[in-house]
Design a binder for this molecule. Structure first.
Ligand SMILES: [Zn+2]
Length: 97
């Protein structure tokens, strides 16, 4: 008859190994991604760490969509261009305020 303690140890050990393998692979992937990005940034391939287009907006350029302070349609408070909701009354500001 097989010892229950041995079965328990083998099962627990196998689960632990699987968890370690998955966790280590995820950590290595995150580490590689970060290293790759900092290398590309150093070589000038990308200027920013983010690829989100919202960060392409130049706050000094009035032609840029959403730039310039926006006035709240509800209470008339001035909000920064990047604000989506009014800082005074929290109503939505709309695309061009
Ligand atoms: Zn408001």
């Amino acid at each position: 008859m097989v010892d229950v303690g041995t079965v328990y140890l083998v099962a627990t050990g196998a689960l632990l190994l699987v968890a370690l393998g998955v966790g280590a692979r995820a950590l290595v992937a995150i580490f590689r991604e970060g290293r790759e990005r900092s290398r590309r940034r150093r070589e000038g391939e990308i200027e920013r760490y983010t690829e989100d287009p919202v960060y392409d907006r130049d706050p000094a350029d009035p032609e840029t969509d959403g730039a310039g302070p926006s006035t709240c349609p509800q209470c008339g408070a001035e909000n920064a261009a990047e604000f989506v909701y009014c800082r005074e009354c929290a109503s939505p500001l709309g695309p061009n305020g």
